[in-house]
Design a protein around this ligand. Sequence first.
Ligand code: ADP
Ligand code: MG
Length: 372
Amino acid sequence: MVRIRIVLNYNVLANRRANDVGSENHFLKKKLIIIVVCLVLLAACHRNEEQNAEFFVFGTIVEVKLWGASQEQGDRAFTELQQMFQGMHRDWHAWEPGRLTEINQAFANGQTAKADADIVAMVRRSQEIEKLSGGRFNPAIGALIRLWGFHTSDYPVIGPPPDQASIDELLTHRPSSQDIHIDGLQLRSENPYVQLDFGGIAKGYAVDLAIGRMRELGITSAIVNAGGDLRAMGRHGDRPWKVAVRKPGGGVIGAVEVRDDEALFTSGNYERFRQDQRKRYPHILDPRSGWPVEDVASVTVIAGEGIVADAAATALVVAGLNGWPAVARALDLNQVLVVDEFGMVYLTPEMERRMQFSGDVERVIVDLSLKH
Ligand code: ADP
Ligand code: MG
């Protein structure tokens, strides 16, 4: 675009040299017209271009790409997203003092807490997903997550697991998102052991809100990608958005073309864990046993909404190798890929049709319409 401008200006100067100074006004007008044409061309060029921005939130880099948006739309979207992500970090953090820690404190004291519309929405969706997943996804187990030392950004956490008596003590109180009563923006828990931790759902809801806001700004093609957890809308020019599916232990297992308005999330047991001399204890906990789940290395889910894909991926890790098909059915999912601790892949036929595997990957197709 800059090149177009230089060439046109050069022509203006060349013309100017060839004519007398008396026609200065004529040239000024011509120059003005040419500049206007250039600006129109610039705007047109910008419409077809990709615009990118990166944000640091929830301990990861969130990359946002827009396609076909105007410069103004892009600038506005990136400024707003920066503010939105900062607000989410402040309000949803499970252990840095903020709105959520205040709510948890109020629950512990048996008091009513004031939330905001987004936290209320996350509580409502959590209640649904906790129920459908048979308690495998449960964002009320913040105290258990803290007990395991997972309220930290420094991984791996070093040291032995907590003692069984402390785990049992928390389990007997059965914290559940169903214990939370919602009245407008007021939240109250009848169980003082409920401590909200949105670690398994926040990224999902964040990408939903980001895509929703961009849509309101008139943007039709965008992708919001938080280290492989993402939601897309529209297309990447004349082709679909294409994304990598993360592999346990690093690297990618393959790629998927994301259709309009889809989210893809991977929950893994390989990046965040506690470690002692004996073994690793991953950060996704089974709320029923109080212990990490170990036979699944990662679960990737494609769903319409980020919040569903994120929570479901966590729930399916907890469901384990034997349990995931039934839980996927209960959550009405059909695009699921599971990697076990030995690297074997299990996936639904719908997911098999969409995956472009990198190299030879040993895999088993699991039809969810059959009983498991
Ligand atoms: P990842 O960090 O791989 O994206 P998840 O989306 O599964 O993983 O989120 C894991 C986080 O969710 C944990 O760090 C913790 O904060 C929280 N969590 C752990 N176990 C559960 C569970 N059973 N239900 C809901 N949230 C959980
Ligand atoms: Mg999750």
